[in-house]
Design a protein around this ligand. Structure first.
Ligand SMILES: [Zn+2]
Length: 304
């Protein structure tokens, strides 16, 4: 039932690496991280940071695939993908969409699943909005009320535990940008298109529906001082090292890994955390593989 993973390779080929991971706004071409870009431009940030660069749709991701198969390959990357994880899930059931092979964007069938794959190939349904957004009780680097403070309930609870653990280790953290609505992302992207034209905008801004921040399961974090928030220099901080070592214990992964740019489509973003649950987070981290590699980028999708 599962299609073969040629998709990963395609992904790599089709997706230009842009900064998009977190911030839609990042300046694209530049190597700098997307988020960082955002940081630079506060306005954007908030709005645009998202994971997605361009669209893609995701397969219905249901349950995270069975643990291992895909993984094995993980290290290698694309190749492995060949074995898609088994989908346990509930939702997904269709074979991989052919669309991706053609570079077509697929709409994910399980947008509310904590393991949902959202990237340049897989997008959330238009106007999708998580139903259980809450504000985690953690500090942020800004004072105002904002949707950026929100995460889905399970992720928010996990984030509180993560921040407490970091604080206990004398490395207090702060939130930089969490949830971003479809409308916000659409507005930001639209403004970039008006300003620079669509082609240029696509290089540094995520199209609406393609940002992981729209799932309510992703958040950019920094040290409590906000130093290096969503910028490349964060990689050299003690906080970044701590996160890489401990995030999985609380269900989070460093979504855009160094060296996996051709697979995720994004620059290394040590500050962009994605909640997937502890079981999958530990597995992915242990293997050093991305969500794309885990799913073989071929999870079933619902075409819309
Ligand atoms: Zn981000």
């Amino acid at each position: 039932m599962y299609a073969k993973p040629a998709a990963v390779l395609l992904l790599a080929g089709l997706v230009a690496i842009s900064a998009a991971g977190c911030g839609g706004s990042s300046a694209a071409p530049a190597p700098s991280a997307p988020d960082s870009a955002n940081a630079a431009k506060p306005a954007d940030d908030a709005a645009s940071k998202s994971a997605g660069g361009s669209g893609s749709t995701q397969p219905g991701q249901t349950a995270p695939p069975a643990k291992t198969d895909p993984a094995a390959a993980g290290a290698g990357g694309a190749a492995d993908a060949s074995k898609p994880p088994t989908q346990s899930g509930t939702s997904a059931s269709k074979p991989p969409a052919a669309g991706s092979k053609n570079g077509a964007i697929e709409v994910v069938a399980n947008p509310a699943d904590k393991t949902v794959l959202v990237n340049k190939m897989y997008k959330l349904p238009d106007n999708y909005a998580p139903q259980d957004l809450v504000e985690p009780n953690v500090p942020f680097i800004f004072k105002e009320k904002s949707e950026k403070r929100k995460l889905r309930k399970e992720a928010a609870t996990a984030l509180e535990k993560l921040f407490k653990a970091a604080n206990d280790d004398k490395l207090p953290l702060a939130g930089v940008s969490g949830y971003r609505s479809f409308a916000t992302q659409k507005s930001v992207y639209s403004n970039y298109v008006k300003k620079d034209g669509e082609e240029a905008a696509n290089k540094y801004s995520a199209k609406p529906g393609h940002s992981e921040h729209e799932t309510g399961l992703a958040i950019d974090v920094s040290g409590s001082t906000g130093k290096c928030a969503a910028t490349d220099c964060f990689a050299a901080t003690k906080e970044a090292k701590w996160l890489a070592e401990h995030a999985a214990d609380y269900g989070f992964i460093i979504r855009y890994l160094k060296g996996k740019e051709d697979i995720t489509g994004y620059q290394y973003e040590p500050w962009h955390l994605r909640y997937v649950g502890t079981e999958l987070a530990k597995e992915l981290t242990k293997r050093g593989v991305t969500l794309e590699e885990y799913f073989g980028q071929t999870v079933p999708v619902n075409k819309q």
